[in-house]
Design a protein around this ligand. Structure first.
Ligand code: FAD
Length: 367
Protein backbone atom coordinates (compact mmCIF):
# COMPACT_ATOMS: atom_id res chain seq x y z
CA UNK A 1 0.00 0.00 0.00
CA UNK A 2 1.12 3.55 -0.72
CA UNK A 3 1.59 5.93 2.25
CA UNK A 4 2.68 9.38 1.14
CA UNK A 5 3.94 11.86 3.74
CA UNK A 6 4.40 15.43 2.54
CA UNK A 7 6.40 17.75 4.77
CA UNK A 8 5.61 21.45 4.36
CA UNK A 9 2.24 23.07 3.78
CA UNK A 10 3.38 25.84 1.40
CA UNK A 11 2.48 25.91 -2.30
CA UNK A 12 4.79 23.00 -3.15
CA UNK A 13 3.36 20.72 -0.44
CA UNK A 14 -0.32 21.55 -0.84
CA UNK A 15 -0.26 21.42 -4.65
CA UNK A 16 1.55 18.05 -4.59
CA UNK A 17 -1.03 16.70 -2.13
CA UNK A 18 -3.91 17.90 -4.32
CA UNK A 19 -2.41 16.49 -7.50
CA UNK A 20 -1.75 13.13 -5.82
CA UNK A 21 -5.30 12.96 -4.48
CA UNK A 22 -6.52 12.72 -8.10
CA UNK A 23 -5.14 9.14 -8.13
CA UNK A 24 -4.30 8.06 -4.59
CA UNK A 25 -6.83 7.51 -1.79
CA UNK A 26 -6.58 10.85 0.11
CA UNK A 27 -6.53 8.96 3.42
CA UNK A 28 -3.10 7.66 2.40
CA UNK A 29 -1.74 11.19 1.99
CA UNK A 30 -0.53 13.11 5.05
CA UNK A 31 0.42 16.79 4.88
CA UNK A 32 2.59 17.99 7.78
CA UNK A 33 3.00 21.73 8.48
CA UNK A 34 4.87 23.03 11.50
CA UNK A 35 3.39 26.54 11.71
CA UNK A 36 -0.11 26.84 13.24
CA UNK A 37 -0.96 29.43 10.55
CA UNK A 38 0.96 29.60 7.30
CA UNK A 39 3.02 32.80 7.03
CA UNK A 40 5.56 33.58 4.33
CA UNK A 41 7.37 36.72 3.20
CA UNK A 42 6.18 36.58 -0.39
CA UNK A 43 4.76 39.14 -2.81
CA UNK A 44 2.36 36.62 -4.34
CA UNK A 45 2.82 37.87 -7.91
CA UNK A 46 1.77 35.38 -10.59
CA UNK A 47 1.99 35.81 -14.35
CA UNK A 48 -0.74 34.55 -16.66
CA UNK A 49 1.20 31.25 -16.86
CA UNK A 50 -0.87 30.35 -13.77
CA UNK A 51 -4.05 30.13 -15.89
CA UNK A 52 -3.27 26.59 -17.09
CA UNK A 53 -2.34 25.44 -13.58
CA UNK A 54 -4.71 26.77 -10.96
CA UNK A 55 -8.03 28.56 -10.52
CA UNK A 56 -7.48 31.29 -7.97
CA UNK A 57 -10.60 32.53 -6.15
CA UNK A 58 -11.31 36.27 -6.51
CA UNK A 59 -11.02 36.94 -2.76
CA UNK A 60 -7.38 35.72 -2.80
CA UNK A 61 -6.40 38.33 -5.40
CA UNK A 62 -5.58 41.78 -3.97
CA UNK A 63 -4.51 43.52 -7.19
CA UNK A 64 -4.36 43.05 -10.92
CA UNK A 65 -1.27 44.44 -12.61
CA UNK A 66 -1.75 45.99 -16.01
CA UNK A 67 1.77 47.27 -16.69
CA UNK A 68 5.33 47.25 -15.47
CA UNK A 69 7.96 49.95 -15.33
CA UNK A 70 11.71 49.50 -15.17
CA UNK A 71 13.13 52.59 -13.51
CA UNK A 72 16.80 53.07 -14.30
CA UNK A 73 19.33 54.58 -11.86
CA UNK A 74 18.93 58.01 -13.45
CA UNK A 75 15.13 57.62 -13.40
CA UNK A 76 14.65 56.79 -17.08
CA UNK A 77 11.49 54.71 -17.37
CA UNK A 78 10.67 51.78 -19.65
CA UNK A 79 6.91 51.25 -19.40
CA UNK A 80 5.27 48.14 -20.81
CA UNK A 81 1.56 47.28 -20.77
CA UNK A 82 0.70 43.63 -20.15
CA UNK A 83 -1.51 41.97 -22.77
CA UNK A 84 -2.64 39.61 -20.00
CA UNK A 85 -2.45 40.99 -16.46
CA UNK A 86 -0.35 39.59 -13.64
CA UNK A 87 -2.18 39.09 -10.37
CA UNK A 88 -1.03 39.79 -6.83
CA UNK A 89 -2.30 37.22 -4.33
CA UNK A 90 -2.69 37.65 -0.61
CA UNK A 91 -0.10 34.94 0.04
CA UNK A 92 -1.53 33.68 3.32
CA UNK A 93 -5.01 33.49 1.77
CA UNK A 94 -3.69 31.55 -1.23
CA UNK A 95 -2.23 29.00 1.16
CA UNK A 96 -5.39 28.89 3.28
CA UNK A 97 -7.34 28.18 0.08
CA UNK A 98 -4.98 25.34 -0.94
CA UNK A 99 -4.90 23.83 2.59
CA UNK A 100 -8.71 23.95 2.84
CA UNK A 101 -8.94 22.17 -0.50
CA UNK A 102 -6.63 19.45 0.86
CA UNK A 103 -8.89 18.96 3.92
CA UNK A 104 -12.05 18.98 1.76
CA UNK A 105 -10.58 16.21 -0.39
CA UNK A 106 -9.96 14.07 2.71
CA UNK A 107 -6.16 14.50 2.81
CA UNK A 108 -4.95 14.25 6.41
CA UNK A 109 -3.55 17.64 7.41
CA UNK A 110 -1.39 17.67 10.55
CA UNK A 111 -0.87 21.28 11.66
CA UNK A 112 0.99 22.35 13.70
CA UNK A 113 3.22 19.29 13.45
CA UNK A 114 6.96 18.96 12.90
CA UNK A 115 9.02 16.27 11.19
CA UNK A 116 11.62 14.98 13.65
CA UNK A 117 13.10 11.79 12.19
CA UNK A 118 13.15 9.73 9.03
CA UNK A 119 13.43 5.98 9.72
CA UNK A 120 13.67 3.02 7.33
CA UNK A 121 9.91 2.68 6.68
CA UNK A 122 8.37 5.48 8.71
CA UNK A 123 8.78 9.05 9.86
CA UNK A 124 8.45 10.60 13.31
CA UNK A 125 6.15 13.62 13.57
CA UNK A 126 5.33 15.15 16.96
CA UNK A 127 6.67 11.94 18.55
CA UNK A 128 4.17 9.86 16.54
CA UNK A 129 5.41 7.20 14.11
CA UNK A 130 3.82 7.43 10.64
CA UNK A 131 4.33 4.54 8.17
CA UNK A 132 5.70 6.02 4.96
CA UNK A 133 6.49 4.60 1.53
CA UNK A 134 6.98 7.98 -0.20
CA UNK A 135 8.31 11.13 1.52
CA UNK A 136 8.08 14.56 -0.08
CA UNK A 137 10.30 17.36 1.22
CA UNK A 138 8.32 20.48 0.40
CA UNK A 139 9.67 22.13 3.51
CA UNK A 140 11.40 25.12 1.99
CA UNK A 141 15.02 26.26 1.78
CA UNK A 142 17.12 24.48 4.44
CA UNK A 143 14.75 21.52 4.15
CA UNK A 144 14.72 19.17 7.14
CA UNK A 145 13.83 16.25 4.84
CA UNK A 146 16.93 16.95 2.75
CA UNK A 147 19.12 17.17 5.86
CA UNK A 148 17.73 14.02 7.49
CA UNK A 149 18.09 11.94 4.32
CA UNK A 150 21.41 13.36 3.11
CA UNK A 151 19.99 15.05 -0.01
CA UNK A 152 20.99 18.62 0.73
CA UNK A 153 23.41 20.22 -1.70
CA UNK A 154 21.86 23.65 -2.05
CA UNK A 155 23.63 26.21 0.13
CA UNK A 156 23.54 29.48 -1.82
CA UNK A 157 20.79 31.96 -1.26
CA UNK A 158 19.46 35.45 -1.85
CA UNK A 159 17.99 37.58 0.89
CA UNK A 160 14.38 38.65 0.30
CA UNK A 161 12.84 41.48 2.32
CA UNK A 162 9.56 43.31 1.90
CA UNK A 163 7.16 45.73 3.55
CA UNK A 164 3.55 46.77 2.97
CA UNK A 165 3.30 50.55 2.95
CA UNK A 166 0.45 53.02 2.60
CA UNK A 167 0.90 54.53 -0.85
CA UNK A 168 -1.24 55.23 -3.92
CA UNK A 169 -0.31 53.44 -7.17
CA UNK A 170 -1.33 53.17 -10.81
CA UNK A 171 -1.67 49.35 -11.04
CA UNK A 172 1.95 49.03 -12.24
CA UNK A 173 4.82 46.89 -10.96
CA UNK A 174 7.85 49.15 -10.58
CA UNK A 175 11.26 47.48 -10.89
CA UNK A 176 14.45 49.19 -9.71
CA UNK A 177 17.51 47.29 -11.01
CA UNK A 178 20.16 49.13 -8.99
CA UNK A 179 19.30 47.93 -5.46
CA UNK A 180 20.99 44.58 -4.78
CA UNK A 181 19.78 42.13 -7.46
CA UNK A 182 16.70 44.29 -7.86
CA UNK A 183 13.98 46.07 -5.92
CA UNK A 184 10.25 46.29 -6.55
CA UNK A 185 7.17 48.27 -5.66
CA UNK A 186 3.94 46.41 -6.35
CA UNK A 187 0.28 47.37 -5.87
CA UNK A 188 -1.22 45.62 -2.86
CA UNK A 189 -4.89 46.60 -2.91
CA UNK A 190 -6.27 50.15 -3.03
CA UNK A 191 -3.96 52.67 -1.41
CA UNK A 192 -1.25 50.16 -0.50
CA UNK A 193 1.97 48.96 -2.10
CA UNK A 194 4.39 46.20 -1.29
CA UNK A 195 8.01 47.24 -1.60
CA UNK A 196 10.90 44.82 -1.43
CA UNK A 197 14.41 43.82 -2.41
CA UNK A 198 16.31 40.70 -3.41
CA UNK A 199 20.04 40.78 -2.79
CA UNK A 200 23.09 38.66 -2.05
CA UNK A 201 23.88 38.31 1.67
CA UNK A 202 27.16 40.22 1.32
CA UNK A 203 25.43 43.26 -0.23
CA UNK A 204 24.36 44.43 3.24
CA UNK A 205 21.46 46.67 4.11
CA UNK A 206 19.98 46.95 0.59
CA UNK A 207 16.40 46.91 1.84
CA UNK A 208 16.98 49.80 4.27
CA UNK A 209 18.58 51.81 1.45
CA UNK A 210 15.59 51.15 -0.83
CA UNK A 211 13.09 52.05 1.93
CA UNK A 212 14.58 55.57 2.01
CA UNK A 213 12.73 56.17 -1.30
CA UNK A 214 9.50 55.78 0.64
CA UNK A 215 10.33 58.00 3.62
CA UNK A 216 7.11 59.32 5.14
CA UNK A 217 4.94 56.36 4.02
CA UNK A 218 3.35 54.43 6.87
CA UNK A 219 4.76 50.89 7.17
CA UNK A 220 2.01 48.33 7.88
CA UNK A 221 4.08 45.13 7.99
CA UNK A 222 7.69 44.01 7.37
CA UNK A 223 9.09 40.54 6.76
CA UNK A 224 11.91 38.66 5.08
CA UNK A 225 13.03 35.20 4.02
CA UNK A 226 15.92 33.44 2.31
CA UNK A 227 15.50 32.48 -1.34
CA UNK A 228 17.53 29.54 -2.68
CA UNK A 229 19.74 30.09 -5.72
CA UNK A 230 18.79 27.43 -8.26
CA UNK A 231 21.38 24.68 -8.66
CA UNK A 232 20.81 22.74 -11.92
CA UNK A 233 22.69 19.74 -10.53
CA UNK A 234 20.90 19.42 -7.21
CA UNK A 235 19.83 15.88 -6.30
CA UNK A 236 16.07 15.77 -5.70
CA UNK A 237 15.40 12.04 -5.35
CA UNK A 238 16.89 9.19 -3.37
CA UNK A 239 15.95 6.00 -1.61
CA UNK A 240 16.29 6.17 2.19
CA UNK A 241 15.78 2.72 3.69
CA UNK A 242 12.52 1.56 2.09
CA UNK A 243 11.27 5.11 1.53
CA UNK A 244 11.38 6.97 -1.78
CA UNK A 245 12.33 10.57 -0.98
CA UNK A 246 11.63 13.57 -3.25
CA UNK A 247 12.26 17.30 -2.91
CA UNK A 248 9.97 19.98 -4.40
CA UNK A 249 9.64 23.77 -4.46
CA UNK A 250 12.21 25.82 -2.51
CA UNK A 251 13.57 22.63 -0.91
CA UNK A 252 14.71 21.62 -4.42
CA UNK A 253 15.74 25.18 -5.38
CA UNK A 254 13.13 25.39 -8.18
CA UNK A 255 13.40 29.17 -8.17
CA UNK A 256 13.83 31.75 -10.96
CA UNK A 257 17.20 33.39 -10.18
CA UNK A 258 16.10 36.56 -11.99
CA UNK A 259 13.21 37.42 -9.68
CA UNK A 260 13.21 34.83 -6.88
CA UNK A 261 9.73 33.71 -7.93
CA UNK A 262 8.79 30.05 -7.71
CA UNK A 263 5.08 29.60 -7.09
CA UNK A 264 4.30 28.65 -10.70
CA UNK A 265 7.37 26.40 -10.79
CA UNK A 266 6.11 24.63 -7.64
CA UNK A 267 2.73 24.00 -9.29
CA UNK A 268 4.42 22.55 -12.39
CA UNK A 269 6.78 20.37 -10.33
CA UNK A 270 3.86 19.02 -8.28
CA UNK A 271 2.40 17.49 -11.45
CA UNK A 272 5.72 15.77 -12.31
CA UNK A 273 6.05 14.55 -8.72
CA UNK A 274 2.55 13.09 -8.53
CA UNK A 275 3.15 11.42 -11.88
CA UNK A 276 6.39 9.89 -10.62
CA UNK A 277 4.84 8.58 -7.38
CA UNK A 278 1.64 7.21 -8.88
CA UNK A 279 3.06 5.64 -12.03
CA UNK A 280 6.45 4.70 -10.56
CA UNK A 281 8.24 6.83 -13.16
CA UNK A 282 11.40 8.93 -12.94
CA UNK A 283 10.91 12.26 -11.19
CA UNK A 284 11.32 14.28 -14.37
CA UNK A 285 10.67 17.88 -13.29
CA UNK A 286 13.80 18.97 -15.19
CA UNK A 287 12.10 18.14 -18.51
CA UNK A 288 9.48 20.78 -17.74
CA UNK A 289 11.49 23.33 -15.75
CA UNK A 290 15.20 22.63 -16.21
CA UNK A 291 15.87 24.75 -19.29
CA UNK A 292 13.93 27.75 -18.05
CA UNK A 293 15.47 27.68 -14.58
CA UNK A 294 18.95 27.40 -16.12
CA UNK A 295 18.18 30.37 -18.39
CA UNK A 296 17.02 32.40 -15.41
CA UNK A 297 20.30 31.55 -13.66
CA UNK A 298 22.39 32.61 -16.65
CA UNK A 299 20.32 35.78 -17.07
CA UNK A 300 20.90 36.60 -13.39
CA UNK A 301 24.64 36.30 -14.05
CA UNK A 302 24.35 38.82 -16.90
CA UNK A 303 22.18 41.18 -14.90
CA UNK A 304 24.66 41.13 -12.01
CA UNK A 305 27.31 42.49 -14.35
CA UNK A 306 25.40 45.53 -15.55
CA UNK A 307 26.45 48.79 -13.97
CA UNK A 308 24.30 51.89 -13.53
CA UNK A 309 25.27 53.30 -16.95
CA UNK A 310 24.40 49.96 -18.61
CA UNK A 311 20.94 50.04 -17.07
CA UNK A 312 20.37 53.59 -18.31
CA UNK A 313 21.43 52.48 -21.82
CA UNK A 314 19.39 49.29 -21.74
CA UNK A 315 16.21 51.08 -20.64
CA UNK A 316 16.75 53.62 -23.42
CA UNK A 317 17.27 51.21 -26.28
CA UNK A 318 14.56 48.73 -25.22
CA UNK A 319 12.16 51.66 -25.32
CA UNK A 320 10.91 50.88 -28.82
CA UNK A 321 7.70 49.39 -30.17
CA UNK A 322 9.22 46.03 -31.17
CA UNK A 323 10.82 45.28 -27.80
CA UNK A 324 7.77 46.45 -25.91
CA UNK A 325 5.55 44.19 -27.97
CA UNK A 326 7.67 41.17 -26.99
CA UNK A 327 7.77 42.18 -23.32
CA UNK A 328 4.00 42.72 -23.42
CA UNK A 329 3.11 39.33 -24.83
CA UNK A 330 5.71 36.78 -23.63
CA UNK A 331 5.47 35.54 -20.05
CA UNK A 332 8.56 36.15 -17.87
CA UNK A 333 8.11 32.55 -16.75
CA UNK A 334 9.11 31.40 -20.26
CA UNK A 335 12.54 32.95 -20.86
CA UNK A 336 13.27 30.37 -23.57
CA UNK A 337 10.72 32.19 -25.77
CA UNK A 338 11.24 35.73 -24.50
CA UNK A 339 15.04 36.03 -24.68
CA UNK A 340 15.66 34.86 -28.29
CA UNK A 341 12.89 37.14 -29.57
CA UNK A 342 14.33 40.10 -27.67
CA UNK A 343 17.84 39.45 -29.01
CA UNK A 344 16.58 39.06 -32.60
CA UNK A 345 14.80 42.40 -32.45
CA UNK A 346 17.60 44.09 -30.49
CA UNK A 347 20.99 42.65 -31.43
CA UNK A 348 22.58 45.28 -29.13
CA UNK A 349 21.43 43.13 -26.20
CA UNK A 350 24.24 40.78 -27.27
CA UNK A 351 26.76 43.35 -26.07
CA UNK A 352 25.48 42.81 -22.53
CA UNK A 353 25.27 39.04 -22.96
CA UNK A 354 28.92 39.11 -24.06
CA UNK A 355 29.87 41.12 -21.01
CA UNK A 356 28.07 38.51 -18.90
CA UNK A 357 30.36 35.83 -20.32
CA UNK A 358 33.71 37.58 -20.15
CA UNK A 359 33.25 40.53 -17.80
CA UNK A 360 33.57 40.70 -14.06
CA UNK A 361 30.64 41.03 -11.76
CA UNK A 362 30.27 44.29 -9.80
CA UNK A 363 28.18 42.43 -7.26
CA UNK A 364 28.72 38.73 -6.80
CA UNK A 365 29.35 35.52 -8.64
CA UNK A 366 26.79 32.77 -8.37
CA UNK A 367 28.81 30.27 -10.38
C1 FAD B 1 10.34 38.50 -0.23
C2 FAD B 1 9.89 37.38 -1.14
C3 FAD B 1 9.00 37.66 -2.18
C4 FAD B 1 8.59 36.63 -3.04
N1 FAD B 1 7.69 36.93 -4.02
C5 FAD B 1 7.29 35.96 -4.87
C6 FAD B 1 6.36 36.24 -5.91
O1 FAD B 1 5.89 37.37 -6.04
N2 FAD B 1 5.99 35.25 -6.76
C7 FAD B 1 6.49 33.96 -6.64
O2 FAD B 1 6.18 33.10 -7.47
N3 FAD B 1 7.37 33.66 -5.65
C8 FAD B 1 7.76 34.62 -4.76
N4 FAD B 1 8.63 34.32 -3.75
C9 FAD B 1 9.09 32.94 -3.60
C10 FAD B 1 7.99 32.09 -2.95
O3 FAD B 1 7.44 32.70 -1.84
C11 FAD B 1 8.57 30.76 -2.47
O4 FAD B 1 9.58 30.35 -3.29
C12 FAD B 1 7.50 29.73 -2.41
O5 FAD B 1 6.62 30.10 -1.42
C13 FAD B 1 8.12 28.37 -2.11
O6 FAD B 1 7.12 27.51 -1.68
P1 FAD B 1 7.48 26.17 -0.93
O7 FAD B 1 6.18 25.52 -0.67
O8 FAD B 1 8.52 25.44 -1.67
O9 FAD B 1 8.17 26.62 0.44
P2 FAD B 1 7.62 27.45 1.66
O10 FAD B 1 6.59 28.41 1.25
O11 FAD B 1 8.82 27.98 2.37
O12 FAD B 1 6.89 26.37 2.57
C14 FAD B 1 7.60 25.41 3.31
C15 FAD B 1 6.79 25.04 4.52
O13 FAD B 1 7.41 23.96 5.21
C16 FAD B 1 7.23 24.11 6.59
N5 FAD B 1 8.26 23.30 7.28
C17 FAD B 1 9.61 23.52 7.26
N6 FAD B 1 10.23 22.57 8.01
C18 FAD B 1 9.26 21.74 8.47
C19 FAD B 1 9.26 20.58 9.30
N7 FAD B 1 10.41 20.04 9.80
N8 FAD B 1 8.08 19.98 9.60
C20 FAD B 1 6.92 20.48 9.13
N9 FAD B 1 6.85 21.59 8.32
C21 FAD B 1 8.01 22.22 8.01
C22 FAD B 1 7.39 25.61 6.81
O14 FAD B 1 6.75 26.02 7.99
C23 FAD B 1 6.71 26.18 5.54
O15 FAD B 1 5.37 26.52 5.77
C24 FAD B 1 9.06 35.31 -2.86
C25 FAD B 1 9.96 35.03 -1.82
C26 FAD B 1 10.37 36.05 -0.96
C27 FAD B 1 11.32 35.72 0.14
Amino acid sequence: MMNVSIIGGGVAGTSTALKLAEWVDPKNIILVEKKPHFKKACSGILTYAKDNLIKIPDDVIVSKITKFKIISPSNKILEVNFKRPDVVCEREKLNEHLTNKCSEKGIIVLQPATLQEVRASSILVNNQEIPTTHLVGADGFQSTVAKLTGLNTNKKYFVGAKAIIKKEHDDAIEVYPNYGCFAWAVPHGDGFMEVGTMSYPEQGAVFDKFMKRFDGCKIMDKSGALIPVHNPFVKTYKKHGNIKVYLAGDAAGMVKATTGGSIIQSFIASQCLADSIVFNKNYSWRKKLGLDLALHLITRKFLDRLNEQDWDDLVTFLNNANSKKILETESRDNLKYLLPKLVLKNPRVLKYLFRGVVGSSHTHRIF
